[in-house]
Design a binder for this molecule. Structure first.
Ligand code: HSE
Length: 442
């Protein structure tokens, strides 16, 4: 048997402690599975005296993760600190330059510095493994980077944020408010330290940027992602979607088009009978479309200590087995610069909800504006009683109560929709910001 692989584990939060407990309790099985011992040599966290329910007495303690990352006593640096700057970034760079393999669950770090870290790792002949960074316990990095490598991938999409899916599911099932569902998600520990990262879509964008790079062989470019969160979604939208045969999900979508790669994160109407529509609560799912496989959907826990630790241990086992894969699948020098497709050229169907004054000619005027942009309507409905009027407006007079008009379009372009809506707003019939939700062709 080779010498044991010695680990330094930085960050003893929920995931760090779960990973540590599994490593300690599975020592014998892991040695058999890898033909090599795997030993936790050292740990690092901010507070040494905190009771974490695990006996740390046999392990070297470092209060400085950078010092641990460069110690001769470790072969692999496991980064579970989080954050795209500061200790996590410094320690990962230091570990790579000291010739240590790196395992990280840090999607924000990879979204921001992934290209550069991949180059650095190649220069120093070490691996960076990051299965835990996207969709927690779902083995999607390995699936795209290794198992589907012979496929020409055309689209990757998924529910990549458990907090948003939990909120949307509970709003739909229990008719609860957005705020109440967000609070429960925070209390249950699903949300990021700053929950705006979840609900504004940034967390999904970080994860999507990594999947897109692996699927399409381009550099990570999280900053170019088209981003809309779920904060504007109302119970009215959820109810209308349901009646029209859809559910609303926050999707991250990376798609090959004639003009480049679309990377977009936005609330999306998905058909009720699609696989992705069945994903409830905090569960994540990723669908991958490729020429050889057609489509596969992987679903499972996207967060939580045990599930995420499962992915961290898989990465450790790969290193113990001597499996070496370029961090982003291709040698970093062969990654293409990201070539974004313009969002205005995006093609698809649209759901539009317009709060309008209920008076003669409004319907006709809106239909006319749509026709001017060659937008064909699949349906246009006004339901007086169904959609609760939630806001008062100065433009509302006592005898002209606003109503919601819900339009579903056939395939058109983002540009046409934006232009039509601008003209509808300028016509003065609309009393609140129009709601626009893209319908994904599945
Ligand atoms: N805040 C994330 C989520 C945790 O809700 O999915 C895992 O990245």
């Amino acid at each position: 048997m080779s010498a044991p692989l010695k680990l330094g584990l930085a960050g003893l939060g929920t995931v760090g402690i779960s990973a540590l407990e599994r490593l300690l309790s599975m020592e014998n099985e892991l040695a058999v599975k890898t033909s090599r011992g795997i030993r936790v040599q050292a740990v690092s966290a901010r507070n040494r005296n905190k009771d974490r329910g695990v006996d740390l007495s046999g392990l070297d303690w470092y209060s400085d993760p950078v010092e641990m990352a460069t110690s001769d006593k470790i072969d692999v640096f496991v980064e579970l600190i989080g954050g795209d700057t500061g200790a996590a970034e410094d320690a990962v760079r230091a570990a790579i330059m000291a010739g240590k393999h790196v395992i990280t669950a840090n999607k924000a770090l990879l979204a921001k510095h992934g290209n550069e870290l991949a180059r650095l790792a190649e220069e120093h002949n070490v691996s960076i493994n990051f299965e835990a960074a996207v969709a927690g316990g779902i083995p999607v990095i390995k699936a795209i980077r290794e198992s589907l490598t012979s496929n020409d991938i055309t689209r990757v999409y998924g529910i990549l944020n458990g907090t948003c899916n939990y909120i949307l599911t509970r709003m739909e099932d229990e008719g609860l408010s957005f705020e109440a569902c967000l609070k429960d998600a925070q209390d249950l520990g699903y949300a990021e330290a700053d929950p705006s990262f979840d609900i504004e879509g940034n967390d999904t964008a970080h994860k999507l940027s990594i999947l897109s790079s692996l699927a399409f062989g381009h550099e990570i470019d999280a900053d170019s992602i088209f981003l809309e969160g779920i904060t504007s979604i109302t119970s009215a939208d959820i109810a209308a979607a349901r009646e029209l045969g859809y559910r609303i999900k926050l999707l991250g979508v990376a798609q090959k088009t004639d003009t480049g790669i679309e990377q977009r994160v936005h609330p999306t109407m998905v058909p009720l009978d699609s696989a992705i529509a069945q994903i409830d609560g905090v569960t994540n799912a990723v669908a991958i479309e490729g020429d050889a496989i057609g489509m596969i959907t992987l679903s499972g826990p996207g967060a939580g200590g045990e599930a995420t630790a499962s992915a961290v241990l898989a990465d450790i086992v790969d290193i113990a087995r001597g499996l070496e894969v370029k961090p982003l699948g291709l040698p970093a020098s062969l990654l293409e610069p990201y070539r974004p497709a313009a969002m205005r050229a995006h093609e698809g169907g649209y759901y539009i909800r317009l709060r309008v004054i209920d008076e003669p000619g409004v319907f006709a005027s809106i239909a006319n504006r749509m026709a001017q942009q060659c937008i064909s309507l699949e349906s246009i409905v006004q339901r007086k009683a169904k959609y609760k009027v939630e806001q008062k407006s100065e433009m509302i007079t006592a005898n002209k109560k606003p109503q919601d008009l819900v339009l579903i379009t056939y395939e058109t372009t983002e540009f046409a929709i934006r232009t039509a809506i601008e003209s509808i707003v300028s016509d003065g019939h609309v009393v609140a910001s129009p709601q626009v939700i893209r319908i994904e062709r599945l």
